[in-house]
Design a protein around this ligand. Structure first.
Ligand code: ATP
Ligand code: MG
Length: 229
């Protein structure tokens, strides 16, 4: 239902263990830049690349996301991956979501370069680029813009894409014939990671100003990430 009546729909997958201001700021900037009508945060139920011992349950990660997006009407949180086959493969999710949108709706998959650089190992990798436009964003210290994106994709999308640079200097797009465009944006700069947050919490330190307050209160109140207590 949330996928209807939208012409530009963004999707941001992740473990969100827990969600933090880095995720939210990237989402905000890309929503603006891509002129999205709606952005769906979709936590993965069983992340294939993260058999993490400190993974908080799906419902709790979903709840923290819902607390995090309060007040931003364009952001919604979906529990869809919990009802799909597991592990959660992005190609499968994109197939299902694109089947739930109106004809003419353009789907954008938002992903940071840290995650994107492994895309060749994702299930049905080249299908991904038929199912959605990719909006890859910079992660500090990783990759060198459009060239790095091209390097990742050339081995399986083929020779030479058309390259178009954005006039404002923040990125550009690559278009391989037969595939949807792959956009790059270099403006996301918050160096926050869930791994670092979990470590701080495990050691009993503060995570104030790294996550939304409602999320912080929930984490602290439930003693999440405090080890075996
Ligand atoms: P972990 O440390 O457990 O890997 P994470 O902070 O990297 O967690 P994920 O759930 O793995 O978060 O990432 C979900 C998505 O958010 C990915 O596309 C990732 O590139 C992006 N992302 C993660 N951290 C940031 C950040 N600080 N700024 C912008 N995007 C981020
Ligand atoms: Mg990560």
């Amino acid at each position: 239902m949330i996928f209807r009546n939208v012409t530009r729909l963004g999707l941001m997958g992740g473990t969100f263990n827990p969600v933090h201001l880095g995720h939210l700021r990237a989402a905000e900037e890309l929503t603006e830049r891509l002129r999205l009508d709606r952005l769906i945060f979709m936590p993965s139920a069983a992340p294939p690349h993260k058999p993490d011992s400190n993974l908080v349950g799906f419902d709790e990660r979903l709840h923290m996301l819902r607390l995090a997006v309060q007040g931003q009407d364009k952001f919604v949180v979906s529990d869809l991956e919990n009802s799909l086959t597991k592990p959660s493969y992005t190609a499968n999710t994109l197939r299902v979501v694109s089947g739930m949108t109106d004809p003419g709706c353009r789907l954008f998959f938002l992903v940071g370069f840290d995650s994107f650089r492994t895309v060749a190992q994702w299930r049905d990798c080249s299908d991904l680029f038929r199912l959605a436009s990719f909006a890859v964003f910079r992660r500090p210290g990783l990759g060198s813009g459009l060239d790095s994106v091209k390097e990742v994709l050339t081995p399986f999308l083929g020779a030479e894409p058309d390259v178009e640079l954005d006039p404002d200097g923040w990125g550009g797009s690559l278009v391989w014939p037969g595939f949807q465009s792959v956009l790059y944006y270099s403006g996301c700069t918050l160096e926050i990671s869930s791994t670092d947050l979990r470590q701080r919490l495990e050691e009993g330190h503060s995570v104030r100003y790294l996550v939304p307050d409602l999320v912080r209160e929930h984490i602290v109140g439930h003693r999440f990430y405090r080890g075996a207590t």
